[in-house]
Structures are given as C-alpha cells and as structure tokens.
Ligand binder design. Structure first.
Ligand SMILES: [Zn+2]
Length: 311
C-alpha cells in the first residue's frame, strides 16, 4: 500500500474534529463533536474513538490499515508524556493521558502535540509551507500562537515546551506613547496583547465596538479610531516579523488563524516591507504567505505525526 493512512484529531475548547488523512495530507472524511470537557475525559475519548470509526467507514478504511493517530490539542500539553494539562479551556482534563487509551484501543501508535504546533506542521506537510525546511507560523486568532518547523520537525524548547511567539514584546513600536497593554504572561506590550482578536476587541470597547470584526468593519468605513487600532496591529506584526526573521532566518513565514488568515491582505504589506528592509536577511529569500488549510491544518499536522515515525 503506497498511500499510508492515519487519523488526525484536533481538540479545542468547544469542538473536537476527527479526520481520516492520507500520507499526501488529503482529508478523506471528517466529522466533529462538541467538546463538553465537563462531561469527563473518559467519555470524551470514547466519543473520539466512535468518531474515528465513523470517518474510517466513510473513507472506506479500517483501523488495521492505520499507521497511527495524532492529536493536536489546545495547550498547554506535554507532547513528550502525551498528557493534556489545560485548565483554561479543558477544565477537568488536567493531567489526562490521551495517548495511552488511544494506543490501547486502536493497537497503533498515538501522538500528542500542542494545537499551534500541529497547525504549523500541517501547513508544512500539506499547505502553504509544503516542503520548506525552515518554517515559522504565526496564528492570529482569539490569542496569538505560533510554531516553528525545522526540517519537518517541530522545534521544541526545554522540557519539550514550544516557543511562545505570541509573547514577544513589541510595545515600544505598537503603543505610540500610550502605556503598553499588560499581558497575562507577566510583561507588557506582547504581540498577543496587541494583535490578538481579544486585544483588538478590548481596544474597540472604548469606542462601543463589541468584537474585532466590528473594529475591522469600522476601519473599512474610514473610522479614525478603528484605523488607529488596526494600524497598531500592523505595526505589531511588522515588529514580530522583524524579530522572527532575524531569530530564525526562515524560508517561509505563514500567517494563519481567523484574524490572520481572513485579513491577510491587510497585514501582508507591513510584513513584506519588513522582509524587504531587513538587510541581514538574504534578499528575496523569505516568503510571507497566507495559511492554506484553515481549520484543517491541525488535523493534517496531527495525522502527519503518525507518518514521520516507523510507518
Ligand atoms: Zn505576554
């Protein structure tokens, strides 16, 4: 069998997606279920396995043919121990080992990654950064996440922790003399505290806007206050791009997440101008690209974990 097969699972706070994914990154079938973490972990694993059987049946595949199953999960997680530890969006699942029950039930290898890392891996495996050897992905959504993929492997820090790209400080460039917004990580002016959907919504509240979408719409109508908020995001992204280019010298910077992806053309000029100005970065060597896979990136990346090992 030249086409190898795996299950990919993407666990978020509200939804769990499960897909049958082949070794070219194609999704043959997928389904989703509500997370309802409070109903308990064991019960959720049973529902994930049932969803796995459902997508296998729809793809015309069997459990026996699988190389394995990969899980991308809203962090913090311990990828090395296969343990979820996210009290924020997955209450009652703290310290739950997800790898062992999946491995036991399926009789196949199981892997766990943080969702930002599995999305970055998915874009490398089957999306906007396919085949690139040095990839940095920034995800602008409710928060700001990121992942680094080097030679097809997720870059890990000490104790397997993943880099927190959302917490690079860029305040002096983004705040225009205002006090930089405080961040829950313990400092001020982080990328996440300025450029996340949450931060944009927070900045918009002072002017009566409810969420980041309303701020973007007002900006489009020419509202000066909204334009200032969006301009701060552009400058924050520009500074973040500068930092990422000089720290990692990547071939590709992928911008994803709801806010990054849908509004890519709004952010692209600032990011590309930054790459063009960077005299230490080889001319024309870096591509700034929009994520291609959307919500499927996590599924493809998670499944790809099963292909990178023995199978
Ligand atoms: Zn922070």
């Amino acid at each position: 069998m030249s086409e190898r097969r795996a299950l990919g699972i993407d666990i978020g706070g509200t939804k769990i997606a499960v897909a049958a994914v082949d070794s070219a990154g194609r999704i043959h079938a997928q389904t989703s279920l509500v997370t309802e973490a409070e109903r308990g972990f064991g019960q959720a694993v049973e529902r994930m396995l049932a969803a796995g059987d459902e997508v296998l049946a729809r793809a015309g595949w069997t459990r026996r043919e699988l190389c394995g199953v990969g899980v991308g999960c809203a962090g913090p997680v311990s990828a090395q121990r296969g343990v979820i530890d996210n009290p924020y969006t997955l209450p009652t699942w703290s310290n739950c080992d997800i790898v062992t029950p999946l491995r036991t039930a399926l009789g196949k290898p199981a892997y766990l990654e943080n969702d930002a890392d599995s999305a970055a891996l998915g874009e490398w495996f089957a999306g906007a950064a396919r085949g690139a050897s040095r990839v940095v992905m920034l995800t602008l959504g409710t928060g700001v996440g990121g992942g680094v993929v080097l030679e097809g492997r997720i870059y890990r820090g000490v104790r397997g922790e993943h880099p927190e790209l959302g917490h690079m400080p860029i305040a002096q460039f983004a705040s225009e003399g205002d006090a930089a917004p405080a961040c829950y990580c313990g400092t001020r002016g982080c990328l996440e505290a300025i450029a996340s959907g949450t931060a944009v919504a927070e900045a918009g509240k002072a002017f009566g806007w409810d969420d980041s979408r309303a701020v973007l719409a007002a900006c489009e109508r020419g509202d000066a206050n909204a334009a200032r908020i969006i301009e701060r995001v552009k400058r924050a992204l520009e500074m973040a791009t500068w930092t990422v280019l000089h720290t990692f010298m990547p071939e590709v910077v992928v911008l994803g997440g709801g806010l990054g992806d849908a509004q890519f053309e709004l952010w692209r000029p600032a990011m590309e101008a930054c790459a063009a100005r960077a005299t230490m970065v080889p001319v024309g060597s870096v591509r700034i690209v929009k994520a291609e896979l959307g919500n499927d990136a996590g599924l493809a990346g998670a499944a790809s974990l099963a292909f990178s090992e023995a199978c």
